[in-house]
Ligand binder design. Structure first.
Ligand code: UDX
Length: 442
């Protein structure tokens, strides 16, 4: 069976590479010729652990190549995966479906035989049914082209593992033939015992946004508790640990701090709330706006904490911002809380020096007004405050005394609850974290 993957971003490139490694003949398709060239030359255009090695392996096997030609894709594929982005529209909370629509309408005229088109992008519920109509109208093979929805749950930083062995697969289908095709193309995954839920198109679309909404809710829930802790002198870190022992609650996605960012959770909860309103059931997920609000307040509160620890004004102060990516093990800066905080402090007159192990190029392009350093210690040189904003392991491993030797003042705001307060306090640092008492165990 031959597979095409349309869209070669974080999702599509990973999917195409993994499918080739699993033994399928794969053609990756993108309208961006420079991305296609980069991938054909064996380079992954973004940071994702383990993926460059697999790309090399897949290209050497001769089973993978990339093209900009939809005509070639139409002739090649038995299953076509749609993996293009669905960002937030500018000026609206709704998802921008331009790329999904373009992928389907450009591919359809080349579909002359019975094939499956499987959407993986995150879309508002109801999109798949609309795309199926589009396909049937535009494809020479008409109704013999079938549409399925197969949402993707991969996390950046763990994209390879999540693709090779996901927690579950969801097949949204309208026929037994479509289900069978998906079972064949995911046979190497399902053979490992990965559970599969077969359902209709709209349920499959909803599983993805419901899952991301739940995860966002969990994070904002603990961050709401952090706000209460700050008002009472309680410690949200201990609170979260104590809650996590209850297996019904669990500790994952219960890490308090600066909150969620990235290309998925923030825009997905907004698009979901927007879509629910269109459907007349906005009230059912009205709480998602509160989840978004709590999340935004964490960024503002982190800025306030830096201002407070500086004595009420950051103008002219030197601030080391450790981290730029929206989370560790990624170079993705879409809606990154770290850069948001850094840029706000800069706008308030601070001299902000950023260091991130992977996202420097992306950060520089998006925020040329910030200064950049070559290491965490380099960023901290002469700093009045150090702000840890993305919890990369290399920041956890910093020796408090080594950093103390280069800063102007020993003040640290741990925006991600990544450090051990007692060891930093023992080295003479004033340590602050959202939702934790100002002085604890000092
Ligand atoms: C998310 C979903 O996890 C994934 O299933 C979906 O396919 C895409 O969206 P991703 O955006 O890669 O994946 O990142 P994720 O690991 O979910 O983290 C999202 C954000 O939440 C990050 O900014 C992270 O720092 C933050 N986060 C996560 C917390 O603040 N606290 C936590 O406890 C967990």
């Amino acid at each position: 069976m031959r597979v095409t993957v349309i869209g070669t971003g974080y999702l599509g490139a990973t999917h195409a590479i993994c499918m080739a490694v699993m033994g399928f003949e794969v053609l990756g398709v993108d309208v961006d010729a420079s991305k296609v060239d980069t991938l054909n030359q064996g380079r992954v255009p973004f940071f994702e652990p383990g993926l460059p090695e697999l790309l090399t392996k897949a290209l050497e096997s001769g089973r993978l190549r990339f093209t900009t030609s939809f005509a070639e894709a139409g002739a090649f594929g038995d299953v076509h995966f749609i993996c293009v982005g669905t960002p937030q529209q500018s000026g609206s909370e709704a998802a921008d479906l331009t790329y999904v629509d373009a992928a389907v309408t450009t591919l359809a005229p080349y579909l002359t035989r019975r094939v499956l088109v499987a959407g993986k992008s995150t879309v508002p519920v109801g999109t798949a049914a609309r795309l199926a109509d589009l396909l049937h109208g535009l494809a020479p093979a008409g109704d013999r082209v079938e549409l399925a929805w197969n949402p993707e749950f991969l996390r950046e930083g763990f994209a390879v593992d999540d693709t090779m062995k996901p927690d579950r697969m969801v097949f949204g289908v309208t026929s037994a033939w479509a289900e069978q095709r998906l079972r064949e193309v995911f046979e190497p995954v399902l053979a490992q015992g990965v559970p599969v839920k077969v359902t209709d198109l709209q349920t499959a679309e909803l599983v993805k946004v419901a899952a991301n909404s739940f995860l966002a809710t969990k994070i904002s829930y603990i961050n709401a508790m952090a706000e209460i802790c700050e008002a009472t002198g309680a410690d949200v870190h201990d609170l979260a640990e104590a809650l996590a022992y209850d297996e019904r609650i669990g500790g994952r996605f219960l890490r308090p701090g600066l909150g969620f960012g990235g290309g998925c959770l923030p825009k997905d909860i907004r698009a979901f709330a927007h879509r629910a309103e269109e459907l007349g059931v906005g009230q059912a997920v009205g709480f998602l706006r509160e989840i978004d609000g709590i999340n935004r307040r964490r960024r503002a509160r982190t800025v306030d904490m830096v201002v407070e620890i500086c004595g009420g004004d950051v103008a002219g102060k030197r601030i080391a911002a450790l981290g730029a990516a929206f989370k560790p093990n990624s170079d993705d800066i879409r809606d990154a809380p770290a850069l948001d905080v850094a840029a706000t402090l800069r706008a308030a007159g601070a001299h902000v020096v950023v260091y991130d192990p992977a996202a420097m190029d992306n950060a520089r392009r998006a925020h040329p007004e910030l200064a950049y350093a070559t290491s965490a210690l380099d960023a901290a040189r002469g700093a009045d405050v150090v702000a840890l904003l993305t919890e990369w392991n290399e920041f956890r491993e910093i020796e408090p005394s080594a950093m103390a030797a280069v800063v102007r003042r020993r003040k640290i705001v741990d925006g991600r609850h990544a450090l051990d307060p007692s060891s930093w306090r023992a080295a003479g640092w004033e340590y602050r974290a959202l939702g934790r008492p100002v002085v604890q165990g000092a």
